[in-house]
Design a protein around this ligand. Structure first.
Ligand SMILES: O=P(O)(O)O[C@@H]1[C@@H](OP(=O)(O)O)[C@H](OP(=O)(O)O)[C@H](O)[C@H](OP(=O)(O)O)[C@H]1OP(=O)(O)O
Ligand SMILES: Nc1ncnc2c1ncn2[C@@H]1O[C@H](COP(=O)(O)OP(=O)(O)OP(=O)(O)O)[C@@H](O)[C@H]1O
Length: 491
């Protein structure tokens, strides 16, 4: 990229999250990722450069190690002409969803990250113009804590995502509760994975987006977004999954196309042999929580049918879901066990503020930082060193709980000879695919108190509303059966 000759007209708004905004180049497969800040939060250019460089270093030295070389794209920090950034910011403003406009794009530093456009990542080197379908999934936390520091027993049975859904709907973030449960997606059980993916397609929230040739064709921006339209989605997908067949339109066609999509995505998610060192993190069976979440409609229906809980995770060890889950499980103590350790580090830093650098709280995220993450001991010897290791592991785990997985699919030609690209078959076509992870920015040390408060808010809200309601239903049922028994006794 020639940073000297930048033209804002060559870039388009692509998407944004809470902390960054992404624009894509109209022709080339690259994006620029800018940081966003609340309007009055001024950061110096040097601070922004350092923040972005930390993101790159963390990707290179930590996440590539854990997740594997091929899945992680770190990109590079680039310096852009300020005039270009200002014009670009004005140009894209009207396309930004209102709910994201509480933060502004950083137009003062001129720094951004330049990354490959993962929504158009070509698996072919020469056929630049091949159509491409891309599915982005933000799977969230795939396990239930088993830590003995957990105070609410409910947290050992219902996953955080399912509990959090109720608070999100109550606060108006989303309109309705999703049937998606991360534990189903991470189960490795095909039936449960289909159910999870279909649930995401029904209620995408911020957990699913679909792009065609780099353009967003499915996904919702906020609670005001229109209802998901499967027939429109099927219309987009049909040429990919039924290229040469005149499958009629209508509900039958829609179902067939969606089924194919779900099957292909499941296969891709279960594939993979990329090396990574997530194996070094295996925490052993004793530290794992239960394999199902009681709130998942899938496991509820199994229970209603009197079936046993399904097998424990059958994810193949090479696949990205497995590796991501291993990194998530670096959160061994749960926020309830972690918070007192965070306080220990805080007290130390209050006394010795100059030590913040030595403790690598704000980087550098280098090989030494990575090596310390591998210490999985949970025996607290009362030291600051122990507390610090757990704090850093927790930050990395939280990062893995909030990252997204991008799956890019491009149809193979009938006569295409197989080269090194992985290929996934569907019933009427074949796709070359690539899988990548995005949003691997290390969560800030400062967010730990917020996590602690939010956790208790989520659990208390769930206990107060859903759980209390469930208990009433249960006790009514119990009363009914008691009444019934009484009647029988009377007879
Ligand atoms: O806390 P959670 O689980 O709500 O996750 C936040 C996400 O909300 P979600 O649950 O996915 O709707 C939230 O996503 P949205 O902005 O709501 O789309 C962010 O990803 C946030 O991360 P950060 O503070 O911007 O680094 C996420 O915060 P972290 O907890 O990962 O820091
Ligand atoms: N390299 C990339 N290629 C294509 N699209 C990307 C890329 N990086 C980010 N995006 C798109 O931009 C969106 C926002 O990016 P990202 O998730 O990194 O933002 P964020 O603000 O850090 O997220 P969060 O809200 O989780 O903090 C993503 O959901 C994705 O659709």
């Amino acid at each position: 990229m020639d940073e000297g000759k930048m033209d804002e007209n060559e870039w388009r708004y692509h998407g944004e999250g809470n902390k960054s905004l992404v624009v894509a180049h109209a022709q080339r497969c690259v994006v620029l990722r800018f940081l966003k800040f609340p309007p009055n939060r001024k950061k110096t250019s040097e601070e922004i450069f350092q923040h972005l460089q930390n993101i790159v270093d963390f990707g290179k030295n930590v996440m590539k190690e854990f997740l594997g070389e091929n899945y992680v794209h770190c990109g590079e920090v680039v310096q852009l002409p300020l005039d270009f950034v200002k014009q670009l910011c004005l140009k894209i403003q009207c396309e930004r969803p209102e709910s994201r406009c509480d933060k502004d794009l950083d137009t003062l530093s001129g720094y951004a990250l330049c990354l490959p456009n993962l929504a158009r990542l070509q698996t072919y080197q020469f056929a630049e113009r091949r159509p491409i379908l891309c599915v982005e999934i933000k799977p969230k936390c795939g396990f239930i804590p088993s830590s003995s520091d957990v105070t609410h027993e409910l947290k050992h049975r219902v996953c955080r995502y399912c509990m959090h859904q109720h608070l999100k709907v109550a606060t108006g973030k989303w309109k309705q509760i999703s049937k998606y449960c991360p534990l189903d997606l991470y189960s490795g059980n095909k039936q449960r994975m289909y159910f999870a993916l279909k649930s995401l397609l029904q209620e995408a929230q911020n957990n699913l987006k679909i792009f065609k040739n780099g353009e967003l064709i499915y996904g919702c921006k906020d609670a005001r977004s229109p209802m998901a339209d499967w027939s429109e989605l099927a219309h987009h997908l049909k040429p990919f999954f039924f290229p040469s067949n005149g499958l009629a339109s209508g509900p039958h066609c829609t179902r067939a196309v969606i089924r194919e999509l779900v099957r292909v995505i499941t296969r891709v998610l279960l594939s993979g042999s990329d090396k990574g060192r997530a194996g070094a993190l295996r925490s052993g069976p004793g530290l794992r929580g239960p394999p199902v979440c009681e709130a998942s409609p899938f496991s509820r229906s199994l229970r209603c049918q009197g079936k046993n809980t399904p097998e424990r995770s059958g994810l193949p060890k090479g696949c990205l879901l497995y590796k991501t889950l291993q990194v998530q499980m670096l959160d061994l103590l749960d926020i309830e066990g972690l918070y007192p350790l965070y306080r220990r580090v805080e007290r130390y830093l209050e006394e010795f503020p100059e030590e913040r650098k030595t403790l690598q709280i704000d980087g550098p995220y280098d090989e030494a930082f990575y090596q310390r993450l591998l210490d999985l001991s949970t025996e607290d010897d009362g030291t600051v060193a122990f507390a610090l290791t757990k704090v850093q592991q927790y930050r990395v785990a939280m990062t893995a709980k909030d990252c997204s997985i991008m799956i890019a699919l491009s149809p193979c030609l009938q006569d295409a000879s197989s080269d090194q690209r992985p290929v996934v078959p569907s019933s009427r076509s074949r796709f070359a695919f690539s899988v990548s992870v995005l949003d691997l920015d290390l969560k800030p040390y400062e967010s730990i108190p917020h996590q602690y408060k939010l956790d208790s808010k989520i659990v208390n809200y769930y206990l107060k509303t859903v759980h209390a309601k469930d208990a009433t239903v249960m006790s009514t049922r119990f009363k009914e059966s008691e009444d019934c028994t009484l009647v029988l006794h009377k007879v």
